[in-house]
Design a protein around this ligand. Structure first.
Ligand code: GLA
Length: 664
C-alpha cells in the first residue's frame, strides 16, 4: 500500500531556496581525502551548491552484514556543511554489496531465460525479494536516522534509475498476488488475458508465471500485466524507502528518485505522484542533429509530470561511454543544453558526475572535472555556467509555463502496443512520439504532455501521436474535450484496444470512429522501412489504412494510386482530425501548424531563423541558438538580458550555441 505524508509536501523550492541547484553526483569514496579539499575549492569556484552523495555506497557503508561505517560520510557531510554546499543524500540500494548476493542468492534477479544477474555490475537486486527489501530498509533506516537532521541535507535521492525486471520465483509469487488484487478471480484473469486461445486457461493461481522464455509468442495480456507489475513493484521499493527517510527528516526536505528519460519500465506518471521532486537523467547524443529536440521532449515530459519546476539530476559535461562511439560536447553545447533545460522549467542542473573516475566501468564518462583537471575546457565551461546560473537564479526559479498544446503519452498504451506479435515492428511508440514532438518543436509551438485521462480542458489543442490502448474513461475524456470546444488530432492506431489489450469491436473504438468520421476501418496497410505511400499532398510513411469515411466527414488529404487510391489519408470531422499515415516530417509540421493556427495556437515567436529556439518561462524569454554560426534575431521592444545585463533593442545577435535570457 502506498502511504503519503499528510500536510504540505516539500518541493524543489525548499531545497533550492531561490537558487538554481547546480552540481552533481559526487563519489568521493573513489578518491583520497586530500582530493576532497581540492574538490571543495573547485566546486566553490564553479558555483556548485549541491552534490549527490552515496548513490553507490552500500558496500562502503555496510562492508559486512550489519556493520556500519559512517565515519567517512560524517566527514563529507560536515565538509559540505562547512562550505555551504547542500547534499542530496542517496540511499545506496541500487547496488547491493557482494555479500548480499553471496549469502542470499534469492536477492539476485533472473532474466526471462532464467539467467541470474550476478553482482559485479550494478542494479543486481530483485524488487520482489523480501531479503533484499529488508536489507535495503535497514541501511536506509540507519542512514536516515544519522543524517535526517544534518544541516547539509537538502534532499533525499532514493535508489538510482529504478530499472530492473525479475522473472524469478519470488517475483512469480508476488506477481500472482498482484494479479489476484487486480483481477479478483481466475475467471476474470482468464477473460482478461484471453486464455481460451492456445489452451492457456488457468485453473490454479500457482500455474501462473511471469512471461518467461517460451517456445512461441507469449500471451499479450500476461506480458502487459507483467510490465504493470514490474513498475508497481519498483514503486513499492521506492515508497518503502521514501517513507523511512521521511520519518527521520523535517518536512521541508523533499524526496526524489531519478527517472531515465522515456524509460519503458516505469509508469512515470504514476511514479511522479509519489515524489516531492520529479527528476530525470538526460543524455542526448552531441552528434545527433536532433539532440536538442530529444532534450526538449524529455524536458516537456518531465515538466508536465512535475506540474512545476523539476530537477535535471544527471547529464554529461562531455562524452558518455555507453554509446558505440562517444563524442564530446563541443565548446558551448553543455551551456546551451543546460539553459534549454532551465528554459523548460528545470530549477536544478546537475551532472553525472563531479570528478571523472580513473577506474571502474565509467572512467571514460566525462565529469564536471575531467581527466584534464582544473585547466581542462570542460571544467572551465562548467565554471562559467555555474556562475551564470547563480546570476539568473532568483528571477528564474519557481516559475512555471504551460503550453497550449498537450501531447498524449501513456505507459499502458506504450506497453500494450509493443507486444511482439503486431502488424509492424517499425511502428514504435517512442519513434512516433518523437516524430510528432519534433514537428511541433520545429514549428516552435510550446508543448506539454498529458495522459489520456487527464483534464485537458486548459489546452487549445490535443495531439495523440498514438494511443493504442485506451480505457473507456480515456475515450470519454477525449470525446468530452472535443464536445467542449477542443481541437483533437490523432495519429493511427488510437483506441484499437482496451486496457486488457483486447481489440475493440470494429478494429477501433466505435465512439472514436464516429468522432473522426470513420465509417469502416477495412484493413491496416503497414509500410516497409523507406517505403512511402502517395497522397495528393505528401508522402506518407510507416503506415496506411483502408478507410471508408462517413458522409459528413471530409477527406483533407487522399491516397493516390495503389490499393488505397481515393481513400482518406487525413480525415476531419469538425474539430477532430485523424491521420491514417505518418506524413513525412515537413508535411507533418505544416499540417500540425495549420491545425494549431486554426485552434488559436501560435509559435512562441514568429519568424525565427531555423536554428533558434524560443522558450517562455514565466515572464522570461529564452532564445537558444542551436547552430554553430552566429545569428541575428529581430525582436520587437526593449528587453534586458539577465546573463549580461545588456539592454536588447530591435534585434539581438546570438553567438555559436549562444543563449540570451530576456526579462521585461
Ligand atoms: C546513469 C546513472 C549514472 C551513470 C550515468 C552514465 O544515468 O544514473 O550512475 O551511470 O548513467 O551516463
Amino acid at each position: 500500500m502506498l502511504a503519503s505524508r499528510p500536510g504540505r509536501r516539500a518541493t524543489l523550492a525548499d531545497a533550492a531556496r531561490g537558487r538554481i541547484l547546480f552540481g552533481g553526483d559526487y563519489n568521493p569514496e573513489q578518491w583520497p581525502e586530500e582530493t576532497w579539499h581540492e574538490d571543495v575549492r573547485l566546486m566553490k569556484d564553479a558555483g556548485v551548491n549541491s552534490v549527490t552523495l552515496g548513490v553507490f555506497s552500500w558496500a562502503k557503508l555496510e562492508p559486512r552484514p550489519g556493520e556500519r561505517d559512517f565515519g567517512w560520510l560524517d566527514t563529507l557531510m560536515d565538509l559540505m556543511r562547512d562550505n555551504g554546499i547542500g547534499v542530496v543524500l542517496a540511499t545506496p540500494t541500487s547496488s547491493p554489496p557482494p555479500w548480499l548476493g553471496r549469502l542470499h542468492p534469492e536477492t539476485l534477479p533472473r532474466d526471462e531465460d532464467g539467467r541470474t544477474e550476478w553482482w559485479g555490475g550494478r542494479q543486481h537486486f530483485s524488487h520482489s525479494s523480501a531479503v533484499y527489501r529488508r536489507h535495503a530498509a535497514a541501511i536506509t533506516e540507519d542512514l536516515a536516522a544519522r543524517y535526517g537532521r544534518h544541516p547539509a541535507l537538502t534532499m533525499w535521492h532514493i535508489n538510482n534509475e529504478y530499472c530492473t525486471y525479475d522473472y524469478g520465483d519470488e517475483a512469480a509469487a508476488r506477481f500472482r498476488r498482484w494479479l489476484r488484487d487486480r483481477h479478483g478471480s481466475l475467471d476474470a484473469l482468464n477473460a482478461a488475458w484471453g486464455t481460451a486461445f492456445w489452451s492457456q486457461g488457468y485453473a490454479d493461481w500457482e500455474e501462473i508465471l511471469p512471461p518467461r522464455h517460451a517456445h512461441y509468442l507469449r500471451n499479450p495480456g500476461q506480458v502487459l500485466d507483467f510490465k504493470r507489475f514490474t513498475s508497481d513493484m519498483l514503486l513499492e521499493c521506492y515508497v518503502a524507502e521514501r517513507d523511512i527517510v521521511r520519518r527521520h527528516t523535517p518536512p521541508h526536505i523533499p524526496v526524489t528518485t531519478n527517472f531515465m528519460p522515456l524509460w519503458a519500465g516505469q509508469d512515470a506518471w504514476r511514479w511522479a505522484e509519489e515524489e516531492d521532486v520529479v527528476s530525470v537523467d538526460l543524455y542526448p547524443d552531441p552528434r545527433d542533429p536532433f539532440g536538442a529536440q530529444q532534450g526538449a521532449l524529455v524536458q516537456d515530459l518531465t515538466r508536465s509530470q512535475a506540474r512545476g519546476p523539476w530537477m535535471l539530476m544527471e547529464q554529461a559535461a562531455g562524452a558518455v561511454n555507453w554509446r558505440g562511439v562517444n563524442h564530446p560536447k563541443p565548446r558551448g553545447l553543455n551551456r546551451l543544453w543546460s539553459l534549454q533545460a532551465v528554459a523548460r522549467g528545470a530549477d536544478a542542473v546537475c551532472y553525472f558526475q563531479w570528478r571523472q573516475s580513473r577506474q571502474g566501468a565509467e572512467k571514460f564518462h566525462s565529469g564536471m572535472v575531467g581527466h584534464a583537471g582544473e585547466q581542462g575546457r570542460t571544467y572551465q565551461e562548467i565554471k562559467r555556467l555555474g556562475n551564470e546560473l547563480a546570476l539568473i537564479g532568483a528571477q528564474v526559479t519557481g516559475s512555471h509555463s504551460r503550453g497550449d498544446i498537450a501531447i498524449l503519452h501513456d505507459w499502458d498504451s506504450w506497453w500494450a502496443g509493443a507486444h511482439e506479435a503486431r502488424l509492424s515492428t517499425l511502428v514504435d511508440h517512442t519513434r512516433i512520439l518523437t516524430a510528432w514532438h519534433r514537428a511541433l518543436w520545429q514549428a516552435r509551438l510550446a508543448t506539454d504532455f498529458a495522459r489520456p485521462e487527464h483534464d485537458l480542458s486548459a489546452y487549445r489543442l490535443v495531439v495523440v501521436p498514438q494511443a493504442y490502448a485506451l480505457t473507456d474513461a480515456a475515450i470519454d475524456n477525449l470525446l468530452a474535450y472535443v464536445r467542449d470546444g477542443g481541437t483533437l488530432v490523432s495519429g493511427f492506431l488510437t483506441g484499437i484496444a482496451d486496457e486488457h489489450d483486447r481489440v475493440r469491436t470494429g478494429g477501433m473504438d466505435a465512439r472514436l470512429r464516429e468522432l473522426f468520421g470513420i465509417r469502416t476501418l477495412h484493413e491496416w496497410w503497414p509500410l516497409d522501412e523507406g517505403e512511402s505511400v502517395e497522397t495528393d499532398a505528401f508522402p506518407g510513411t510507416l503506415w496506411s489504412e483502408e478507410i471508408e469515411k462517413d458522409e459528413d466527414a471530409s477527406a483533407e488529404v487522399t491516397y493516390k494510386g495503389g490499393e488505397l487510391d481515393g481513400m482518406p489519408a487525413v480525415l476531419r470531422r469538425g474539430r477532430a482530425h485523424y491521420l491514417s499515415t505518418l506524413p513525412e516530417p515537413d508535411a507533418l509540421r505544416e499540417l500540425l501548424t495549420g491545425i494549431a493556427a486554426e485552434a488559436g495556437v501560435r509559435p512562441v515567436l514568429p519568424g525565427l531563423p531555423d536554428q533558434v529556439e524560443a522558450v517562455r518561462r514565466g515572464d522570461l524569454l529564452f532564445l537558444l541558438n542551436h547552430g554553430r554560426d552566429a545569428v541575428t534575431v529581430e525582436l520587437p521592444g526593449s528587453h534586458r538580458d539577465l546573463l549580461t545585463q545588456a539592454t536588447v533593442e530591435g534585434s539581438c545577435t546570438l553567438d555559436r550555441y549562444g543563449v540570451v535570457v530576456l526579462g521585461p
